[in-house]
Design a protein around this ligand. Structure first.
Ligand SMILES: Cc1cc2nc3c(=O)[nH]c(=O)nc-3n(C[C@H](O)[C@H](O)[C@H](O)COP(=O)(O)OP(=O)(O)OC[C@H]3O[C@@H](n4cnc5c(N)ncnc54)[C@H](O)[C@@H]3O)c2cc1C
Length: 186
């Protein structure tokens, strides 16, 4: 973890919290419309008075809550809601400082014509390098090595649905009180 999250973890532990990592939640246990805990992918159940989640709402409501446990209109709304601010992350090793720095965003999480990100990665890496080189002419020449995470990689590694770092596209219809669903923003 980074320094800020390490500090948050220390502060939480000092107040009695127990933190478990590598403990994927398979489903939220619900009875009579009330969350009673979670079941991990290992099968272990953790009972709780309250369940709080910070994952993408699509992940929470559509993958870890069984369809019958959710009001159909909320489920339909979440199925329609979009994840679209997908990031394409690159780490580059350079032999000299570039004359600009890139943060690449608004890549479509789903590609047209049935293409997938695993087959588009190299093409997009080169597109980004060429684009940056237009503004920072020494960029391609200075490149020693690079690693790249496509929106698909970000979803697989970090649970960022569609590679969306905002857990839902930041369109007017999905902001503020409309997150995760209008009427349930509180
Ligand atoms: C490449 C990149 C660069 C960024 N740069 C910046 C920046 O410069 N500045 C900035 O402010 N923000 C930046 N962000 C955004 C920032 O990282 C996110 O907005 C922030 O992490 C969101 O925090 P969160 O707690 O809501 O969700 P997350 O950090 O996504 O946390 C959700 C956690 O839930 C876990 N999880 C998923 N599914 C399950 C499951 N079934 N069971 C248990 N756990 C699960 C995930 O592993 C993850 O650890 C960046 C993001 C990316 C990907």
């Amino acid at each position: 973890m980074g320094a800020i999250t390490e500090a948050m973890a220390r502060a939480a532990r000092a107040r009695g919290a127990r933190i478990e990592t590598r403990a994927s939640v398979a489903r939220v246990l619900i009875e009579d419309g009330r969350a009673l805990g979670v079941e991990l992918e290992s099968g272990r159940r953790i009972p709780a008075r309250v369940v709080v989640a910070n994952v993408n709402p699509k992940l929470l409501y559509l993958r870890t809550i069984e369809p019958g446990q959710l009001a159909p209109e909320i489920r339909a709304h979440l199925q329609r809601s979009g994840c679209g601010s997908a990031s394409f992350r690159m780490n580059v090793a350079l032999s000299e400082l570039p004359r600009a720095s890139p943060f690449c965003q608004h890549f479509a999480p789903e590609l047209p014509a049935g293409r997938d990100w695993d087959h588009a990665r190299d093409e997009v890496v080169n597109l980004i390098i060429d684009t940056v080189t237009e503004y920072a002419p020494n960029f391609r020449r200075a490149l020693v090595a690079c690693s790249a995470l496509t929106p698909m990689d970000l979803e697989r590694r970090f649970g960022l649905t569609g590679g969306d770092i905002f857990h839902g596209a930041l369109g007017l219809e999905q902001m503020w009180a409309a997150r995760p669903v209008l009427g349930f923003g509180d």
